[in-house]
Design a binder for this molecule. Structure first.
Ligand code: FES
Length: 154
């Protein structure tokens, strides 16, 4: 809570900054917690239900704490053509989660994202920002296995 309050201190106490504050909080914590909503509501003097409404209205905000490893599947044009849907299905089958979800152990989250900027490597994923390209099922399973086994030391 103290960390959130420190973060909020950089904002003018004007309700027009609520969305910016939510974005900043999510950048820092990876999601919007109940405490985050409460702190923002108190700081900007708006009802918590209003802040909750903003969070649920915009798809960019996440209410669930992300897993230790966030897998982002690129579904930009190049990756889409080269089988991004297949990659997503392979990951879903292997980990048991769909886009936007986190597994029960809190190890993996799966996001479907726009172009990651390395289209020549399509299809592409990133895990906590590290890019893996030219994926086929075998290569993908090897990557996931290594993350599971070594705790991300790939
Ligand atoms: S479309 Fe996937 S990296 Fe550009």
């Amino acid at each position: 809570m103290a960390q959130i309050n420190t973060l909020l201190d950089s904002f003018e106490k004007d309700r027009s900054y609520v969305i910016k504050a939510l974005q900043t909080l999510q950048e820092k914590e990876g999601y919007i917690s109940d405490e985050g909503i409460q702190s923002i509501a108190e700081y900007f003097e708006v009802p918590p239900v209003e802040v909750e409404g903003i969070v649920s209205f915009y798809a960019q905000f996440k209410r669930v704490k992300p897993g230790r490893f966030v897998i982002a599947v690129c579904d930009g044009t190049a990756c889409h053509i080269k089988g991004a849907s297949l990659v997503t299905n392979w990951i879903s089958d292997e980990i048991g989660i769909k886009g936007g979800e986190t597994d029960e152990e809190g190890l993996f989250s799966l996001d479907i994202v726009a172009c990651l900027g390395c289209c020549s490597l399509a299809p592409v994923i990133s895990i906590n920002g590290k890019v893996f390209g030219n994926l086929d099922r075998k290569k993908l399973m090897k990557i996931i296995k290594k993350y599971r086994k070594k705790g991300g030391e790939v």
